[in-house]
Design a protein around this ligand. Structure first.
Ligand SMILES: CC(C)[C@H](C(=O)O)[C@@H](O)C(=O)O
Ligand code: SF4
Length: 478
């Protein structure tokens, strides 16, 4: 590689950044243009209020799309009643306020019982509202999900939501480039979720701080778009606001024919551009992390941070294994909160609830994966509740067409309406104190799924196996 080549070689992040750069300031910050703005009910009310107070209109209406997800009930009976069926007053008000604001400002919204409603990070890609090469923002930290399509996507705060609505631009500081390369072949029963948890176990929850992460290598090349979304979704749990995968045939195939995807000549032009959206050979990364995919086992988080995660075949780590005193303290607190003993086998952990859902793992492939483990078997008696919550109305419909709902229901699962559900305790789906939950979501801090609740992060296949066994089991030998 000649010096000139390596000087001009760009990472995917550099390319996306440069393509959206409006202006650069002396203080190191830049103004970037935003192509797609996703909105939900939690982080938008004050932004709309600010807009109204300043007497401003959204700058580009068609860039915005809204859907309620965090506060919607998932029980069918309540759901059918629409917004008025939301029992909790604060939740009801948030969803109603989103409806009112979207109507007032003329912003497109998939409302509570629209067949396209769902978790904003599931809905965007599935509708073709998020396309390769876009800058995508949302007042939600898991916006990183969309980087799976070769986008520059990250979460923003409420004041930034207002800024984007008003100007379609955002003041940002450029991150450094990190490459996470996973080569080798994943074993049977090892999924995208296990890959990302294994990455977090390796680099820690602060490992990606200050970086935009690009995931590359054989494992991601062979991974479906849905798997890539699962991985990019948790870039934020690895400390990075941005996670990305370069565009390839899998990306283009996924985007093709979606409701809002371009067609005809525009499609041809778009594909030509999208095919340039990968890091150039010789591009400079400030940090490179490598993992061997063939060594990754199904993962289970035992503690109160996504980095407190081990292979299902292992034990809750002992204090002697901690790297320093700070970690010893964190682990001691986590044993206590989680009600676990150090050195206890992971497969000894009994489960009270099972949650298959969230923007990490509620797409059709996730449901298929769980259903294939469950088929013809029954949820264990000690499990009080097992719920499956499709990420969107479209996923739910597709799953029903494939008969997956029946597989779950016959096994003793509840088949719910789409939303964030038990991923966070912002709606009626919650853990009781001390309950252990095998959850396909992305966060496990204290109280995340309900006051005193104990979350264990796993893949859909591992959650399914745990539901049947009543405790964690290695899905590879189940
Ligand atoms: C409510 C929202 C702001 C929050 C986020 O930003 O991630 C939520 O989606 C979460 O997962 O904790
Ligand atoms: S599913 Fe969970 S992580 Fe995703 S947006 Fe909803 S609350 Fe946040």
């Amino acid at each position: 590689m000649s010096a000139t080549q390596s000087n001009t070689a760009k990472t995917l992040y550099d390319k996306l950044w440069d393509a959206h750069l409006v202006s650069q300031r002396d203080d190191g910050s830049s103004l970037i243009y935003i192509d797609r703005h996703l909105l939900h009910e939690v982080t938008s009310p004050q932004a709309f209020e600010g807009l109204a107070l300043a007497n401003r209109e959204p700058w580009r209406l068609s860039a915005n799309i809204a859907t309620p997800d965090h506060n919607v009930p998932t029980v069918r009976k309540e759901r059918l009643e629409g917004v008025s069926g939301i029992k909790d007053e604060v939740s009801r008000l948030q969803v109603k306020t989103l409806d009112d604001n979207c109507a007032k400002f003329n912003i497109a919204e998939f409302t509570i019982n629209d067949a396209r409603q769902g978790i904003v990070h599931v809905v965007g890609p599935e509708q073709g509202l998020v396309l390769p090469g876009m800058t995508v923002v949302c007042g939600d930290s898991h916006t990183a999900t969309h980087g799976a399509l070769g986008c520059l996507a990250h979460g923003i705060g409420t004041s930034e939501v207002e800024h984007v609505l008003a100007t379609q631009c955002l003041v940002q500081k450029k991150s450094k480039n990190m490459l996470i390369r996973v080569d080798g072949k994943l074993g049977e029963g090892v999924t995208a979720k296990d890959v990302v948890l294994a990455i977090i176990a390796k680099i820690g929850t602060a490992g990606g701080t200050g970086y935009a992460i690009e995931f590359a290598g054989e494992v991601f090349k062979n991974m479906s778009m849905e798997g890539r979304m699962t991985v990019c979704n948790m870039a934020i749990e690895a400390g990075a606001r941005v996670g990305m995968v370069g565009v390839d045939e899998t990306t283009i195939e996924y985007v093709k024919g979606r409701p809002y995807s371009p067609t005809g000549e525009q499609w041809e032009q778009a594909v030509e551009y999208w095919n340039t959206l990968h890091s150039d050979e010789g591009a400079h990364f400030d940090a490179i992390i490598e993992l061997d995919g063939s060594e990754i086992a199904p993962q289970v988080s035992w503690g109160t941070s996504p980095e407190m995660v081990v292979d299902v075949t292992q034990n809750v780590p002992t204090l002697a294994q901690a790297k320093d005193e700070v970690q010893q303290e964190a682990w001691t607190r986590a044993y206590e909160y989680m009600g676990l003993e150090q050195g206890q086998p992971i497969t000894d952990i009994k489960l009270d609830r099972i949650f298959i859902g969230s923007c990490t793992n509620s797409r059709i492939e996730d449901l298929r994966s769980a259903a294939s483990v469950i088929k013809g078997r029954k949820v264990a008696d000690n499990v009080k509740e097992a719920i499956v919550v499709a990420g969107s109305g479209q996923v739910k419909q597709q799953a029903e067409e494939e008969g997956l709902d029946k597989v779950f229901i016959e096994a003793g699962f509840e088949w719910r309406e789409p939303g964030c559900s038990m991923c966070l305790a912002m709606n009626a789906d919650k853990l009781e104190p001390k309950e252990h939950c095998a959850s396909t979501s992305n966060r496990n801090f204290e109280g995340r799924q309900g006051n005193g609740g104990r979350t264990h992060l796993v893949s859909p296949a591992m959650a399914a196996a745990a539901a049947l066994a009543g405790h964690f089991v290695d899905v590879r030998s189940f």
